[in-house]
Write a protein that binds this ligand. Structure first.
Ligand SMILES: Cc1cc2nc3c(=O)[nH]c(=O)nc-3n(C[C@H](O)[C@H](O)[C@H](O)COP(=O)(O)OP(=O)(O)OC[C@H]3O[C@@H](n4cnc5c(N)ncnc54)[C@H](O)[C@@H]3O)c2cc1C
Length: 455
């Protein structure tokens, strides 16, 4: 996949660290914007971190952020066009997507989201339980109030999408080196000056940290605060179902902790449990490639049962694979993006909260603008790395907050709700006085699959 037979150059305009969906998308967009002197360095093989095992949902519904929704639409379009450009398919299939509302609160929430998403250009329609049944005959729908259906959404193959972006990048002159871990960063007078590899030092005008769940420790080594945390994240694949309709849309029912789609003749059930488990709080192993985590059946059992109850036939089937892989989550479910306040020309794009495939193309384009023009070109208030604090990087804070982050994705989102864990980690000088006088302490609310209210 890479071009490791060539020698690593001594200098590049931009060095990208990490060959997952994010690094490859930034490389692709920099190449297309005319930045030819770009080198991507990947520790092992492209996609070997988190990208290879993503479920591949490519969904535009769900965010209350204009920036995020526009990026999703752009991503869906780009995935569908990559084959014509590169000769490699991303595997994008517009099978459709349904968000199921099972009670009045969720119905209210999704109606608001739908109205906003329509304003942003997403063609989303409210449908009834009978329509859901017609589109997804395996689901139990009697207890559902409505579904929110986006016909043009669907699924993508994350490995194929990444490799197609990498090919598109190389066609524009970007060099990609696999088996080339970055061991350190060089800096001078508050600016990054390059990277250190096993082949020696390579100077660079700009360095971009797209190292996924390794981004935090790579940032630590350069004095840059990137408080993302890897967590256990699950899906299962059932044995084959006779005559399963191949064109069923993706169905998501957050009240049952699950999303559902066809996979190799069986059903994939993806899970977002209300309380999740952080993985490797201190250090993510440098050699973890195409890796899996031993599933915790006891912890996940009750959520699995509830998820299977939405599609009853799954309870009669064997489980072909119960998969657990690590994904990075952040304190507020916003990604960590932008130029590091601590180090000039050191950019970060990490902490994707389980929507890296959905957001990868849009984030890559935005990062390329930021690097080339000095401006992201869109409102990135809720994404910007400069919103985060060093106290959010300590093990104790991450251990507590991460338990809540992933679970928040599938909770019903009420206005003015704050995160509940890791409160009081940092108090202002007047905290006690405010509390004594009845002060209420609130953070900023996020919505749904990484949708940001405030960006
Ligand atoms: C079970 C599961 C299901 C998911 N389903 C979906 C989904 O349906 N839709 C969706 O949008 N998202 C989904 N995701 C999330 C998605 O997979 C991630 O958000 C995305 O892959 C993150 O991409 P990345 O490029 O940031 O990280 P990665 O893919 O981990 O890439 C980072 C790369 O950096 C490299 N690297 C690390 N350190 C160094 C170094 N020092 N030097 C050089 N290279 C280095 C790594 O080897 C790795 O290849 C899912 C995740 C999981 C776990």
């Amino acid at each position: 996949m890479g071009n490791n037979d060539a020698n690593l150059p001594k200098h590049a305009n931009v060095v990208i660290i990490g060959g997952g969906i994010i690094g490859c998308s930034i490389a692709y967009h920099l190449g297309h914007m005319g930045c030819k002197d770009v080198v991507l360095l990947e520790r092992d093989e492209l996609t070997s971190g988190t990208t290879w095992h993503a479920a591949g949902l490519m969904v535009t519904f769900g965010s209350l952020s204009e920036t995020s929704t526009e990026m999703r639409i752009y991503g869906r379009d780009l995935y569908s066009k990559l084959e014509a450009e590169t000769g490699l398919t991303s595997g994008f299939t517009p099978i459709g997507f349904i968000e199921a509302a099972s009670n009045r609160d969720r119905l209210e929430e999704y109606r608001r989201v739908a109205a906003f998403n329509r304003y942003c250009g997403v063609d989303v329609n409210e449908i009834g339980p009978d329509d859901i049944k017609k589109l997804f005959p395996l689901a139990r729908t009697e207890d559902l109030m409505a579904g929110f259906y986006v016909k043009e959404d669907g699924r993508v193959n994350p490995v194929d999408g990444t490799v197609a972006l990498a090919k598109g990048a190389r066609n524009q002159g970007v060099s990609i080196f696999e088996k080339t871990p970055v061991k350190g960063i060089t800096k001078k007078n508050g600016r990054v000056t390059g990277v250190i590899t096993e082949q020696g030092e390579m100077t660079a005008d700009v360095v971009v940290n797209c190292a996924g769940m390794w981004a935090r420790q790579l940032g630590d080594a350069a004095g840059v605060n990137i408080p993302n945390q890897s967590t256990e994240h699950y899906y299962l694949i059932t044995e084959e179902i006779d005559d399963i309709p191949k064109n069923m849309p993706v169905l998501e029912d957050p009240s049952h902790y699950g999303y559902y789609r066809e996979e190799v003749g069986g059903l994939m059930i993806g899970l977002f449990e209300p309380k999740c488990a952080p993985w490797k709080l201190k250090t993510v192993p440098e050699t973890f490639s195409f890796g899996e985590i031993e599933p915790d059946w006891d912890r996940m059992g009750p959520f699995l049962e509830k998820a299977m109850a939405r599609v009853p036939i799954t309870r009669e089937l064997g489980i072909k694979k119960f998969f657990c892989g690590p994904e990075s989550f952040t304190a507020d479910l916003g990604p960590i993006i932008g130029e590091a306040p601590e180090l000039k020309n050191y950019f970060v794009c990490a902490g994707l909260n389980s929507i890296g495939i959905i957001m990868g193309p849009g984030l890559g384009r935005m990062m390329a603008h930021w690097i080339m023009d000095g401006d992201p070109g869109v409102d990135i208030t809720g994404f910007n790395i400069d919103r985060l604090h060093t106290y959010q990087n300590n093990v104790d804070y991450r251990a507590h907050r991460t338990v809540e982050s992933l679970g928040k994705v599938y909770k019903c989102h009420y206005p003015f709700q704050s995160m509940e864990t890791a409160r009081g980690a940092k108090k202002s000088a007047i905290y006690d006085r405010l509390k004594d006088r009845g002060g209420i302490f609130q953070g900023c609310q996020r919505l749904g699959r990484g949708g940001l209210v405030c960006a």
